[in-house]
Every structure is written in structure tokens, then in C-alpha cells.
Design a protein around this ligand. Structure first.
Ligand code: HEM
Length: 460
């Protein structure tokens, strides 16, 4: 939506405590959140704007605000205490209902609920946290070396590279290696194109008319490839380096009599949840480093290759990227009971939209919120400490299962690329597109330059 179409002064209603319809006569309860006037929503619909435009407008009413999106009463929440209350402390009252994702992911851990979700989560957690992720170290290094080799060729030829394509391939290659023990092939590249179409087609929120995009053919393409990988893993012995994730899933499925298709659902879940998120984070990091090249130098000077200091500095680059671009930018929940959130009344049936993108750019929480300042995460300055102020991986029991995996994966790639190459974007940074994830609206291309003597050995 162009800024000129945004109404100047959004109007709030019901800002003060009012008598509750459920409360005894004479008593008062907290007010409903201020509501965005229907006119603004109508204008937004007519302008064919992005959802983020409407949410930015609603946010001007306060960190808890209401907007009527179709038949659903929706509450936008950016307040840290409210976020903590909804996502971390009361997950039973604020349920995840992933109806749209279920068409894509079946009953995998991202979409399942109740006992079924608990069992799946417990199983996968052992592979994705603590020592568990060590089993994926060589998969990450092999995939990172592949990208470094490509960058080396481009540095020699002087031809610009499509960084978006590189990061998408890397993220898929890592998950595929983790799952199967093999690198991505021509077949798996077809997964990328199919995923791309599917994720672009999925609306961020369910459309009011309930219309679902037709994902049929693209979904079938991915299912065929995944089914073939499952069949192959069933027919082969455990690889010498220990079982790939797929072998472990098959074993669990056999031991626990999983229903048909659940292994495929889990594989689909890991591909969808882990591929685009990590890839876009790495693309945004390169966009930001293009604007602030000194941050690359600063991170490399933090310590020698492999040191804890350098690791911390690389992690800070990623954390600050995820502050500015929390790629999973909107976390919807369904309120099941009357409740009070950050001082406001919330009714059952309301959709709560927790929005890390808006919380992370709130000037009341983050000094100079639009600036890329990785040192926030090494020094602790310029960074709020209250829970719920920073949540790129969500919070509470439904927080990202792959957070440690994603960080390790991103740092591994940076260890290969940052000391050896600079990537200078060929064009001014593209606008952000707010789909299922936040991505640059157009592919990012950059010229790769090899450093004669990497900073890691020279500049200390
Ligand atoms: C930078 C990369 C990533 C980001 C920013 C990210 C972000 C998130 C967020 C915000 C959620 C919670 C959604 C909600 O509360 O509604 C989530 C859930 C999840 N993520 Fe990630 N993710 C990333 C990478 C990964 C990777 C690499 C994997 C696996 C290989 C993964 C697997 C999952 C799964 C399975 C869930 C669902 C957990 C559950 O519901 O129990 N994610 N992710």
C-alpha cells in the first residue's frame, strides 16, 4: 500500500474501562483494546495493500489494538508482557490453529495439537537441541563448502551471483543432508521451485471467503521426491556416521505404530519450517552487510577463526538481522476464553496476532530501532531485557524447534564466507515482501570479491 493511501489519524474507540457485560452491576473491568475504525480497513481493502500496512496503522493505537478483519475480531499484540502472557505463559488459552498449513504439512509437529503434538515434539527435540544437533555438523560443513566453491568461481569470473538462490539452495541442502545423509540433487532442486510456488500462493491469514489456493501439482511433486527418499532410507542400512534423521524417524514410526503418511508429514514440516526461514535470514544479513560493511570487519576482528568471541560476534550478526527481519513475522493464536492481556479485555474466539516485526522496531523498547547494530547482542546495550521484547523464534512450548539448528547452520556458512569474500549488492536494497515469511521483494544479486588475505589471519 502506498503511504499516501494511509489515513492520517487512526481513530481509537473504547479506550477507557467500561462495565463488562459479564460483570456484576456497577463493577468495571479493563476496556477492550482500542479499535481501528472500519473506514481504514475499507480503504486498505480497496488499495490492495499488504497486511503489514494495516497492522502498522493499528499499532499507532497502542501495543494492543483491535481490528475487524472479515467476520473475525482480531487483536494485534506487540506489547512484551502481553506477548509473554499469550505465547509463553498461557498456551492453553491461546491455541495454535494451523488450518491452512495442515493442507501442506498434514499432522507434522508444526500443525498438530494436544497429545499428538507433544509426542512428536518430544521425539524431534532430542535431535534438534543440545548435543543432538552435533550429528548434523558434517552436513552443514559439506553444504557450506559447496557454496564457498561457487563463490570462489564467481570471484574468479567476476560475474554477479544470485545470493537469494544460493541461500535457498544452502538451506535445502543442509536439511536434505541431515534427513537423508546425501547432498541435494537435481530432484531436490525441484523441491525448491515447488516450495517457492506454494509459499507464495499461501495467504498470510485465512481469506474471509475461505478460498484455498490449489497447491495440487506442486505438492505432488514434493511428495514424490520425499516418498522416494523414505523408501530409499527404508531399504538401506544405517550410514556409517550414524543414522540420518530419516532413519530415526522410520525407526520411531515402526516402534510407535505411526499412522501412514506421518513420516512424510514430518519431513514436509522440516522442509517448510526450516528452509525458507533460514535462507531469508541469510539473505537479509547480506543485504544489511551491503549497507553496513564495517559490521563484517568488526565481527571478524572479534576473535580468531573458531574462537568463542568470533562465534559470539557471528551470532550477534544473525540475532540483529532477526530483530530487523524476524522472518516468521506474524504468529496467530486463537483465544479460547475471556482474558485480560496487557490491561485489555480479550474475548473468546478472538484471533491474536503476535507480531515480532513490530515489537522489534518499537522505539520505546529499542533505541534507534531502524539501525543495524549487532553490538546490541554482544554488549547488552541498546537492548531491552524484559521477556517478550525479542522473539524471532517465538516463545513458550510452541517456540521454534529448529532454533539452535538454524543458528548453527547460519554460523557455519558465515565461517566459510565472511573471512574469504565480500559480496557487494548490485542494486539498492529491495523492499521487504511480507508473505508467509519476510523476504526481499526481488532476488538479491551481488558481486563477489575474494580477499587477498582474509582478515582472520591478517588484521589481528
Ligand atoms: C532463522 C530461522 C528460523 C526462524 C526465524 C524460525 C522461526 C520460527 C517461529 C517464530 C516458530 C514459532 C511459530 C509460532 O509460534 O506460531 C517456529 C516454529 C517451528 N520451527 Fe522454526 N524457524 C527457523 C528455522 C527452523 C529450522 C531450521 C527448523 C527445522 C529444521 C525449524 C522447525 C520448526 C518447527 C518444527 C516449528 C514448530 C514447533 C512446534 O509447533 O512445536 N525452524 N519457527
Amino acid at each position: 500500500m502506498s503511504p499516501s493511501l494511509l489515513p492520517e489519524e487512526p481513530t481509537a474507540t473504547e479506550a477507557d474501562p467500561v462495565p463488562s457485560p459479564h460483570a456484576p452491576a456497577g463493577s468495571t473491568v479493563p476496556a477492550d483494546p482500542p479499535e481501528l475504525a472500519a473506514d481504514h480497513i475499507r480503504q486498505w481493502h480497496q488499495s490492495d495493500g499488504e497486511l503489514i500496512d494495516l497492522l502498522r496503522l493499528a499499532r499507532t493505537l497502542g501495543p494492543v489494538s483491535r481490528l475487524q478483519l472479515g467476520p473475525k475480531s482480531t487483536v494485534l499484540l506487540t506489547d512484551p508482557a502481553g506477548i509473554q502472557h499469550v505465547l509463553a505463559l498461557n498456551p492453553d488459552r491461546y491455541q495454535k490453529r494451523s488450518h491452512r498449513a495442515r493442507a501442506l504439512l498434514g499432522d507434522g509437529v508444526l500443525t498438530a495439537g494436544g497429545e499428538h503434538w507433544k509426542r512428536q515434539r518430544r521425539l524431534l527435540q532430542s535431535y534438534f537441541t543440545g548435543q543432538g544437533i552435533r550429528r548434523f555438523t558434517s552436513a552443514m560443513h559439506d553444504a557450506a563448502r559447496h557454496v564457498a566453491t561457487q563463490w570462489s568461481h564467481s570471484a574468479d569470473s567476476g560475474q554477479a551471483r544470485d545470493i537469494t538462490a544460493d541461500m535457498r539452495f544452502y538451506a535445502l541442502d543442509v536439511i536434505w543432508r541431515a534427513l537423508t545423509g546425501h547432498g541435494a540433487t537435481a530432484d531436490t532442486r525441484r523441491i525448491l521451485s515447488a516450495l517457492d510456488v506454494i509459499l507464495t500462493a499461501l495467504p498470510v491469514l485465512p481469506p474471509p471467503d475461505g478460498h484455498q489456493p490449489d497447491l495440487g501439482g506442486h505438492l505432488t511433486t514434493i511428495h514424490h521426491i520425499v516418498d522416494a527418499a523414505i523408501a530409499e532410507a527404508r531399504g538401506t542400512a544405517t550410514p556409517p556416521g550414524g543414522p540420518a534423521l530419516l532413519h530415526s524417524l522410520i525407526r520411531a514410526a515402526d516402534e510407535q505404530s505411526w499412522p501412514d503418511n506421518l513420516i512424510r508429514d514430518e519431513v514436509m514440516t522440516l522442509l517448510v519450517a526450516g528452509q525458507e526461514t533460514t535462507a531469508n535470514t541469510l539473505v537479509w544479513l547480506y543485504v544489511l552487510l551491503g549497507q553496513c560493511p564495517d559490521e563484517r570487519t568488526r565481527a571478524l576482528r572479534a576473535g580468531p577463526a573458531g574462537s568463542a568471541d568470533r562465534n559470539r560476534a557471528f551470532q550477534a550478526l544473525i540475532s540483529e538481522t532477526l530483530r530487523l527481519y524476524p522472518v516468521a513475522w506474524l504468529l496467530p493464536r486463537h483465544a479460547t476464553e475471556d482474558d485480560i492481556v496487557a490491561g485489555h479485555q480479550v474475548r473468546p474466539g478472538t484471533t491474536i496476532l503476535a507480531c515480532p516485526y513490530l515489537t522489534h522496531r518499537d522505539p520505546a523498547l529499542w533505541p534507534e530501532p531502524e539501525r543495524f547494530l549487532p553490538r546490541r547482542f554482544t554488549t547488552g546495550h541498546d537492548r531491552p531485557t524484559q521477556p517478550g521484547a525479542y522473539y524471532p523464534f517465538g516463545l513458550g512450548p510452541r517456540a521454534c524447534l529448529g532454533a539452535q539448528f538454524a543458528l548453527r547452520e547460519a554460523i557455519t556458512l558465515l565461517e566459510y564466507l565472511l573471512p574469504a569474500y565480500t559480496a557487494t549488492p548490485d542494486a539498492a536494497p529491495a523492499d521487504a515482501a511480507f508473505g508467509i515469511t519476510i523476504s526481499p521483494a526481488t532476488a538479491v544479486r551481488a558481486t563477489i570479491t575474494r580477499l587477498a588475505q582474509p582478515l582472520s589471519t591478517v588484521d589481528r
